[in-house]
Design a protein around this ligand. Structure first.
Ligand code: PMV
Length: 364
């Protein structure tokens, strides 16, 4: 679909007030998105597992304004408390999506949001948070235009979520989502994420992700600053080409179920992401000493037990431990015995591949 197709014609319905609630998950990229062009267009395609337990629940209440105004009117509550410091991010999101959702200035909104994972756990809530809000906005659009199909609904929700936070466009559906144009994925688009539609071996459909919380502090460098540092980065072009080729190879691996090759691609992607950070100007390091301790322990355990366990990282110090469901008991035992000591307050979160966002309430 082209961008223009997300600009609505006249709406057939009108609605004065209502509310809707969506629960939307986080996702973990196997092929990493790092570097973007204008308007949140990714510099390379990426692919992720949708998660199940790490999620944001957002309720959007809306009332039609009695007088026209040229402002976005909204209040934001995080875990029941007003959070004015989150407002600029939402204001920016509304501004970016206004062209595609021209009704936004006709309503006053109250946004109530909460995460299933602890605040300041170092887990980015932008993917789950922005996708949940995008879905709520789409539910209002569906009230105004009941004819829209589920496919269009999900596609536009992903398109809008992308404008909030790139990786959020991969949190609408499950279990594997591809985002970004790639020659081997004929329908793929830079504008939205899509369900991976090729063959996937059973083992990947129930993959586990245990997130080790190494550092719960605020990141020193935000993702948006990091993405921007890929402009003029000496290795940028080679990295973008590598992502295309890794995605191509991962497609074969999903079909064959070859876990050794899976591990090689996934770990290489994680380390390359961090290598890009370490070689940008200015350079920075988001891993912590305990991140490296954990990586080495995983490598030792894999070598000595021949278990297909590996790691990936997002833009932070936490480690995502990935493994097949059949090895759950063994790997959790290993995590408890050997890895929790490297986590802040011994905290970790057990998650696995999930089905995508879920609507909890209906507009009335
Ligand atoms: O969605 P953003 O702009 O926060 O970027 C996230 C980028 C990584 O998490 C590091 C990789 C990815 O593809 O999710």
């Amino acid at each position: 679909m082209r961008e223009q197709e997300f600009i609505p014609n006249k709406y057939s319905n009108s609605i004065n007030k209502g509310q809707v609630t969506w629960q939307s998950p986080s996702n973990i990229a196997l092929i990493k998105y790092w570097g973007k062009k204008a308007n949140q267009i990714p510099a390379n395609p990426s692919l992720s597992f949708t998660l199940n337990n790490c999620k944001t629940t957002t309720r959007l209440e809306f009332q039609k304004k009695s007088k026209n105004s040229n402002n976005f009117d909204f209040e934001l509550f995080f875990e029941g408390k007003r959070k004015d410091e989150f407002k600029p991010k939402i204001q920016q999101f509304f501004k970016r999506i206004e062209e595609y959702c021209p009704f936004l200035k006709d309503y006053s909104f109250q946004i109530y949001t909460e995460n299933s994972f602890p605040h300041s756990s170092g887990i980015a809530s932008s993917a789950s948070g922005m996708s949940a809000l995008a879905l709520c906005v789409m539910s209002l659009e569906k009230e105004l235009n009941p004819d829209i199909t589920t496919e269009f609904f999900n596609r536009k929700a992903s398109f809008l979520a992308r404008l909030g936070s790139g990786s959020a466009c991969r949190s609408i559906e499950g279990k594997l989502i591809e985002w970004g144009a790639h020659k081997s994925f004929p329908e793929s688009s830079d504008l939205y994420g899509m369900q991976y539609e090729f063959e996937v071996a059973e083992v990947f459909k129930t993959f586990q992700d245990t997130i080790l919380l190494v550092d719960k502090g605020q990141k020193q460098v935000s993702s948006s600053v990091g993405h921007n540092l890929m402009h003029g980065h000496p290795f940028a072009e080679a990295r973008f080409a590598q992502a295309h080729s890794n995605l191509e190879q991962l497609k074969q691996v999903f079909a064959s179920g070859n876990l050794e090759e899976f591990i090689e691609i996934v770990e290489s992607e994680a380390l390359t992401l961090h290598a890009m950070m370490m070689s940008s100007n200015p350079y920075f390091i988001l891993m912590k000493p305990n991140t490296l301790q954990i990586i080495n322990k995983i490598w030792d355990f894999r070598e000595s037990t021949k278990t297909s366990v590996c790691f990936t990282l997002d833009a932070g110090a936490n480690v995502h431990v990935l493994y097949p469901e059949k090895d759950k008991e063994k790997v959790l035992e290993f995590i408890k015995n050997e890895l929790v000591g490297y986590c802040e307050k011994e905290k970790y979160i057990c998650d696995h591949v999930g089905e995508g966002a879920e609507k909890l309430g209906a507009a009335d």
